[in-house]
Ligand binder design. Structure first.
Ligand code: B1H
Length: 830
């Protein structure tokens, strides 16, 4: 194909200019109607809401694609290093509203639809989001896509097109129940299928080592089965026009292989094989920081990594480059270890398929990959048993052994002790031998980073300490950030308008300009406007909570919110213990200092994680108790909002007064919800964990409600032999609350329902809730007093917003560019 004709040229042949992308109301209206007629066969008078949504989405997609095509052209002229983000998860959230903002056509579109008697917000409401991730890690990948596009960095996000994303959470009789997420049911107008961009991926079988005709040692992999991966592209638009793509792979059967070679004549068996191949991309593992260790999961990881690397090697050749320059052309960011088998796969492609010398291939590999670690939790550090890996990826296991033997040799030469060498080995020999994926990723990368200052320090001094000692320069930090355009501009239009009125709209591209709001923190008129916006947002959330949780909440209450995956380390149950403490105090007639509060929870529990599900059951039990008690429900309300998602999140953050970030110190790698809350004017109660530390530094310690032990104190407590029952015995309030759990007053008279939680807290309490309970309650008490002074609260809220400019993902991506990828962002145009 010829690549020398510009986009300008093609547009001129149809009498258009390339930069005229149809942003006027008239053109939008015309295109919308045309989509409705010609793509969907409808007129506005007889349509379903999905037709309207689809027609509008297609109208917008045209404009997004046009920007994407232009960006691609300009990127290829610049010929700079491209970034491939490898992530098993993405959580883009609804596309429509965000794309309208980025194209700057919200008003034009609203008007165009109004002329057709249609309401933009109702249409936006129709969108079903792709839930292709579990939580923070997947959402971070999508925030980074947004910033990569906005900053004009040639980048591509590779991942998996799961047919079923994260399960849909329903609450049945107080328990979480899971339903499949059929996000593709109504079609997906945002993706473009690329049937011809497809690659074969092999599995199983054996390897054959030989010396070929040129006397060269060669390895051939004779697989047991093959599947094909096909690319599905979703354009991701940055603010004011640049576009990149998220390329997700879907698995299909290879016709030739499965139908002719093995199943000659057996049509049904062949179809069965086809079904089995397609299983690979059927469903997202909903575990979040809890490994499944399942073969299918490793298949998924290898499948998407292999397709992506083959795609990049193809692109490298298409652009007329030599394979020897691969690492100059590309950097690959590994989003945790989930794609880390890529280290072995790139080696295999270079050495086996492209006949490169090991040493050179290793140099290229080590200069291509960079690895981001997202967790220190031992149960989340990926390990694959050697036997499973040998069965599924025999050649990769050999390559990993080869990498390991060279690496261990290096360590021996450095004079490291046998013990240290065993600790660093890519193979864990304790019990059933397994491959330590974090070690593979660390050895195979030129940079390793954590996701907050604290987490990066702990990574260096604890989990990967041995590696940091031999390669101090390899380790760095990039504190997470969030897509502030989505989480402020799109989701909180009221506050955005107010901010822009005061300081202009420069914050859209440079969040640090929010600093200019600081001087209005004491301005009474501004404070009043600020409170009005918050109240409006709280009314909207109240409506949602009434609809979805069946709880009526007075919007003037203090909205005290914890939304995130349910995990013991995040300590949702600490908040519940405190709510019960307040409940009992009110029942005793001692509630006079309690500010009327609505406690709002949301989040999914991994389907097999019993304690997490029991915590959800406890939320709903406490909600039942509190909301139905006439002595209490004027002062306290509790609600669990089911099925937390990006879409829901966008309605929750703008309405929060207080953000709960109460994990045990040292456990939450960063957190990103904490940033979204603060950006929307919530004050934070939190521990010194993850990015909380940096948020507190930015907003000022007087504007942050700190409690609990530090990481060092947590470790010291454990070292001294933590005995949680001591706190039960010493603190009457705590004793009363814990006993209440098993009193039968919760959960319809069932004494035993919460016994596992009770026993766990009294006997082990691995996340030291009991130790932190007192300081948490004291801080809450203080919060309730400050809340009563609405001016003071609002002043602090304004200060919070004006000082969180650091937490834009634009800043994070710029740091990746400078400290890791060595690329310059190119602002393509205004
Ligand atoms: C985070 C995960 C994670 N860390 C395994 N690790 C998964 C691990 O399906 N799995 O196997 C899924 C997810 N997720 C989160 O990453 C951290 O807990 C947050 O603190 C952090 O903000 C986020 C983004 O860095």
């Amino acid at each position: 194909k010829s690549h020398n004709k510009s986009i300008e040229h093609y547009f001129s042949t149809i009498g258009e200019k390339a930069d005229e992308i149809g942003l006027s109301k008239e053109k939008i209206k015309k295109d919308f109607l045309q989509k409705l007629f010609y793509q969907l066969g409808r007129v506005p008078a007889v349509t379903t809401s999905n037709d309207l949504y689809t027609a509008l989405a297609l109208t917008v997609r045209d404009r997004v694609l046009r920007q994407f095509v232009r960006s691609t052209e300009e990127f290829s002229k610049k010929n700079s290093r491209g970034i491939a983000y490898f992530s098993a998860e993405y959580l883009p959230g609804p596309h429509l509203g965000n794309n309208l903002l980025n194209l700057e056509i919200v008003d034009e579109t609203r008007e165009a639809l109004k002329e057709l008697d249609l309401e933009l917000d109702e249409i936006i409401e129709q969108e079903v989001e792709p839930g292709l991730g579990n939580g923070g890690l997947g959402r971070l990948a999508s925030c980074y896509m947004d910033s990569l596009a906005t900053l004009g960095i040639p980048a591509i996000g590779y991942g998996i097109r799961y047919e079923f994303g994260i399960f849909k959470q329903e609450i049945k009789e107080g328990w979480q129940s899971e339903a499949t997420d059929k996000w593709l049911h109504y079609g997906n107008p945002w993706e473009v299928i690329r049937p011809e961009v497809s690659y074969v991926v092999k599995f199983g079988g054996r390897t054959i080592h030989s010396t070929n005709e040129n006397n060269k040692y060669a390895v051939e992999w004779e697989p047991e089965s093959e599947v094909v991966g096909t690319a599905y592209d979703t354009p991701v638009l940055g603010y004011q026009s640049n576009g990149i793509i998220m390329r997700l792979w879907k698995a299909e059967a290879t016709e030739s292989f499965d139908f002719s070679v093995y199943n000659m004549g057996d049509y049904y068996k062949a179809v069965e094989k086809k079904v089995r191949s397609e299983n690979i991309t059927k469903v997202l593992y909903p575990n979040d920081e809890n490994l499944s260790g399942k073969e299918l999961r490793l298949r998924q990881q290898y499948f998407f990594v292999s397709c992506s690397l083959q795609d990049m090697i193809r692109l490298n050749f298409v652009q007329g480059r030599k394979l020897e320059e691969f690492h100059e052309k590309f950097a690959i960011q590994l989003n945790d270890t989930h794609p880390s088998i890529a280290v072995a796969e790139l080696m295999r492609l270079l050495v086996d398929e492209h006949e490169m010398e090991w040493k050179q291939a290793w140099k290229i590999t080590r200069n291509t990959f960079a690895y981001t670690n997202h967790t220190l939790l031992p149960e989340a550090l990926e390990k694959w048993s050697v036997s499973l890996m040998g069965r599924l990826l025999p050649r990769h296991l050999e390559i990993i052994y080869e990498i390991n033997s060279r690496f261990l040799h290096e360590l021996r030469e450095k004079g490291l002790s046998g013990e240290q060498i065993a600790r660093m080995s890519l193979i864990d020999e304790h019990g059933e031998p397994s491959v330590r994926m974090a070690h593979l990723a660390t050895v195979g990368s030129f940079r390793v980073n954590g996701v907050s200052q604290l987490h990066s320090r702990l990574l260096k001094t604890q989990v990967l300490n041995d590696f940091a000692e031999i390669w101090p320069d390899k380790f760095t930090n990039v504190t997470n950030g969030v897509a502030h355009r989505r989480f402020l501009a799109v989701s909180n239009p009221g506050l955005s308008r107010l901010i822009t009125e005061k300081i202009g709209n420069g914050w859209l591209t440079d969040l640090t300009t929010l600093k200019r709001l600081e001087k209005f923190a004491d301005d009474e008129i501004f404070q009043k406007q600020w409170m009005e916006v918050k109240l409006e947002n709280k009314k909207l959330l109240s409506q949602l909570l009434e609809e979805r949780a069946g709880v009526k909440i007075d919007p003037t209450m203090l909205f005290d919110v914890q939304v995130k995956r349910i995990h013991e380390y995040k300590r949702q149950h600490l908040m519940l213990l405190h709510i019960l403490d307040l409940y009992l105090k009110i029942k005793d007639g001692k509630g006079e200092n309690i500010a009327p509060s609505a406690f709002i929870f949301a989040g999914k529990a991994a389907p097999g994680y019993f304690m997490a599900k029991l915590i959800i059951r406890l939320v709903t039990a406490v909600a039942d108790l509190v909301n139905n008690d006439k002595d209490v429900n004027k002062i306290l309300k509790v609600a669990f909002l089911p099925n937390f998602s990006v879409k829901q999140a966008q309605r929750v953050y703008p309405a929060a007064d207080l953000s709960e970030q109460i994990s045990m110190a040292g456990k939450e790698a960063s957190g990103t919800g904490n940033m979204k809350f603060a950006l929307n004017g919530a004050l934070t109660i939190g521990t010194l964990d993850g990015a909380n530390v940096e948020i507190r530094e930015e907003v000022g310690e007087e504007n942050f409600f700190l409690f609990g032990q530090t990481t060092e104190e947590v470790q010291e407590t454990r070292r001294l032999g933590y005995r949680p029952s001591k706190y039960y015995e010493e603190q009457e309030d705590l004793e009363r609350v814990l006993d209440f759990l098993v009193s039968g007053e919760l959960g319809n008279g069932d004494h035993e329902l919460f016994r596992p939680l009770y026993n766990n807290l009294l006997q082990q309490d691995p996340y030291q809730l009991l130790k932190d309970f007192k300081s948490y309650c004291e801080r809450k008490h203080e919060i309730h007093q400050i809340w009563k002074d609405q001016k003071e609260w609002t002043r602090r809220s304004i200060l919070n917003v004006s000082r969180v400019g650091k937490f834009s993902s634009d800043r994070s991506i710029l740091e990746y560019c400078q400290n890791i990828w060595n690329v310059e962002p190119v602002k393509l145009r205004d």
